[in-house]
Design a protein around this ligand. Structure first.
Ligand SMILES: [Zn+2]
Length: 202
């Protein structure tokens, strides 16, 4: 009989994966916190994707501490960084940092009633000829991107941001697309924060 393994949720991106595909930090019954390299240490575990983006985010926001409800020694943090070749200096990759910066603006735009959320509304607004500035999560659907690209709009893919994260910000289960009228001050503000060139497409 094949033993089924419950997926575990990454503390950073909240996506689920098989535990053996993830990094596990464990708080052992004796209170010691360690990186569980064999995946067999007993105790309370917290999981993170073996991805520099996720590791950086979980270290910056102390997500392991929150999950394990105890502090994580610098030595364990260093091991996590090493596991994904993350230098201490690039503690947070650009994409995640960028999302931190535009979060506030997105929230304000939403409260001001200017933010268009979800593919139906965005495509609807585009079909009426509105000129929009569009933001997509990295896990957007290819079909959606194609219909967006078919219009001449400014789009930017938020490289480090998942549907779940964007949804969480907006109080929804998930969201893969939001848009603002190009003439909106909020759109201007966000565009000003985006890296030149990059994956911004005019
Ligand atoms: Zn992750």
């Amino acid at each position: 009989m094949r033993r089924s393994v419950n997926p575990r949720r990454c503390v950073a991106c909240r996506r689920e994966r098989a535990p053996r595909e993830m990094l596990r930090v464990v708080r052992r019954p004796d209170g010691q916190v360690a990186l569980d390299e064999q995946g067999k240490t007993s105790g309370r575990g917290a999981y993170v994707c073996p991805d520099p983006q996720c590791v950086a985010l979980c270290l910056k926001r102390r997500l392991l501490e929150k999950s394990l409800k105890c502090s994580v020694p610098a030595e364990v943090q260093a091991k996590l960084r090493a596991a994904v070749n993350l230098e201490e200096c690039d503690a947070l990759p650009d994409a995640a940092e960028l999302f931190e910066e535009i979060k506030g603006t997105l929230g304000l735009a939403r409260r001001a009633g200017e933010l268009i959320v979800g593919q139906d509304r965005v495509l609807g607004a585009l079909s009426t000829g509105q000129n929009l500035f569009v933001l997509l999560t990295h896990d957007h659907s290819v079909t959606l991107k194609r219909s967006i690209d078919a219009r001449t709009v400014t789009t930017h893919v938020l490289a480090g941001v998942s549907r779940l994260e964007l949804g969480q910000l907006l109080g929804l289960r998930q969201a893969q697309i939001v848009a603002l009228p190009v003439q909106s001050g909020f759109a201007e503000k966000i565009k000003g924060l985006l890296p030149e060139g990059g994956n911004a497409v005019e």
